[in-house]
Design a protein around this ligand. Sequence first.
Ligand SMILES: N[C@@H](CCC(=O)N[C@@H](CS)C(=O)NCC(=O)O)C(=O)O
Length: 208
Amino acid sequence: MILHGYFRSTATYRVRIALNLKGLTYTDAFHHLRKGEQRAPAYLAVNPQGLVPALEVNGDILTQSIAICEYLDETCPEPPLLPADPVARAHVRAVALVIACDVHPVQNLKILDRLRGLGVGKEDVVGWARTVIEDGLEACARLIGDDGGPYCLGERPTLADICLVPQLVNARRFGARTDYGRIGAIEAACLALPAFAAAAPQAQSDAE
Ligand SMILES: N[C@@H](CCC(=O)N[C@@H](CS)C(=O)NCC(=O)O)C(=O)O
């Protein structure tokens, strides 16, 4: 498998965690987002959206981190990233999608560049990202509640943790609060796992 990504990409970080949890090996193809390499014609042939991650697998190209994680879970079921119980599965997906649908898309590079292009000042752009992230983390903390953990929803890491931990990196980049509910303890529990630690941005070979 070839994972197209960038060390600082939180969506790629999600896929790295899923691959590591499953014990799957892959080769990295790095695309420097700040240099605009995601818009190079060669990469647009891989992912017409011009976004990372993309995963090349068995001659197919998969895009969208959540779709990729679910593909990995379906083709390599152990350890599961989603609980078997449908209600528990819906709760896990809800936390994951708060991050993946309601937070990350409105604070990613493309949107922040667009705001700058519209003349929004640097501090206001950062303030926008910070507010969006804090609102999302607070909502996640309430959804997660106090079920005993140590992970978001139970005793094993799920898609919820796979989305939450990378988002905390972005939170810190923008100076957002992260001290909501059990979020700090969940992050510590996840980062104690080699699968999460090895997927962290600073552990990647393109890290700056
Ligand atoms: N919903 C997509 C989001 C992908 C995404 O926004 N990736 C960012 C990096 S985290 C990106 O490639 N940004 C480049 C750009 O905005 O030009 C997913 O989950 O895969």
